[in-house]
Design a binder for this molecule. Structure first.
Ligand SMILES: Cc1cc2nc3c(=O)[nH]c(=O)nc-3n(C[C@H](O)[C@H](O)[C@H](O)COP(=O)(O)O)c2cc1C
Length: 346
């Protein structure tokens, strides 16, 4: 068992990474169904929460079936972060996560997100301010450091543990790397194996297969793994990793029925949570991912992205099941997109 404060997670938990414009409630619902043990909201600006900005407020929506769930906030100012922590408290998630990893300019260059990696004293003060303002377990997600000359994650881990964080998730890249190159888990392993560190350490970066998840667990000894991009369009990654870790065998890829059922559920949750217009509109970016690898799917896909009525979309989904039922499919390789300044699925 892995404990984050009072939250008990199974051995070697799999976490769904917080992802702006991706890990909203509809997406989280299908990841939960497929085995994500702990999930996070998209990051929420502390300033936005305080100003009561609608976009920020809305990201606080969490549902009981999602538990355990963390709300993630970011900010570069002690007072704002502390106040945001109090607002988060009221919504009663299971934990509060601070983002010290976001590399995008509008965040990092204002001294929030990964910007804080240049000033560890500030990072410690910000974290301390949050810990003191909430009764929730506080966790942190961050990167290895600002750049290759400032790989300070080992110091960061010790000092943040000392001010009371209950778990640390580390993305094995620096801020300056953005998403380039390969994630380097060596330092993540060092943090985990530092005898001073007793909180759970979760590794993050480039996990895209059951084999890699198990290999990295064995090599670096992390308490669990956080998965981001590989889950986009492929929430089955969680159950596939679990099965492989438990049995040593690979699950067959999802059937057409399973794929379409995930689309149905994602659509239903999108419409429920966003309303029919936005829900149907924003669902369009997901069809290609979920249906990837089906031969000659293009015709159906283009119908799905043009239709505006939920009932008509559901009819096309039924047609897909009818047409492809029983067809054996190869697992389409998971591609990890190289995200830079802007999320391309926006
Ligand atoms: C579209 C997108 C949005 C992201 N938004 C957030 C965010 O809101 N908060 C955060 O801590 N990290 C965010 N990340 C970073 C991911 O949580 C994760 O650290 C990163 O993608 C590396 O993991 P992966 O290789 O499994 O994708 C985002 C990543 C992507 C691709």
């Amino acid at each position: 068992m892995v404990n984050i404060g009072n939250i008990a997670l199974p051995d070697f938990p799999l976490l769904l990474a917080p992802m702006e414009d991706v890990s909203d409630p509809p997406f989280r619902a299908v990841c939960k169904d497929n085995g994500a043990d702990l999930m996070y909201t998209e990051f929420i600006s502390s300033e936005g929460l305080i100003r009561d900005a609608i976009k920020s407020r809305r990201k606080l929506d969490i549902f009981d079936y999602e538990r355990p769930i963390g709300i993630q906030i970011f900010g570069g100012d002690e007072e704002s972060l502390a106040m945001a922590a109090k607002i988060v408290d009221v919504t009663q998630p299971d934990l509060l996560d601070i983002n010290f990893g976001c590399p995008v300019k509008k965040v990092a260059l204002k001294g929030a997100g990964a910007g804080v990696l240049k000033d560890i004293d500030l990072m410690v003060r910000l974290t301390d301010a949050v810990v003191r303002s909430t009764s929730l377990p506080v966790t942190v997600k961050t990167r290895l450091g600002w750049d290759d000359s400032m790989l300070n994650i080992e110091e960061v881990a010790e000092r943040l543990q000392d001010v009371g964080i209950k778990a640390l998730a580390i993305h094995g890249r620096t801020r300056c790397q953005m998403y380039k190159g390969e994630a380097d888990w060596t330092l993540i392993g060092k943090v985990k194996n530092n005898p001073r560190i007793h909180i759970p350490v979760f590794g993050n970066g480039d996990i895209d297969s059951p084999q890699k998840a198990l290999e990295y667990q064995n090599r670096y000894g992390v308490d669990g793994i956080m998965i981001g991009r590989a889950a986009i369009g492929y929430p089955w990654i969680f159950r596939e990793i679990k099965h492989f870790v438990q049995t040593g065998a690979l699950l067959p890829p999802p059937t057409v029925e399973e794929r379409v059922n995930v689309v149905r559920k994602h659509l239903q949750k999108s419409v429920e949570w966003k309303g029919p217009i936005v829900g149907i509109n924003e669902m369009r970016r997901h069809y290609a991912n979920y249906l990837k690898g089906l031969p000659n799917i293009k015709e159906y896909r283009s119908k799905l992205v043009r239709l505006t009525e939920e009932s008509a979309i559901r009819e096309v989904l039924d047609e897909i099941i009818e047409k492809y039922s029983g067809i054996e499919m190869e697992a389409a390789p998971i591609e990890l997109i190289n995200y830079h300044e802007k999320c391309p699925i926006n």
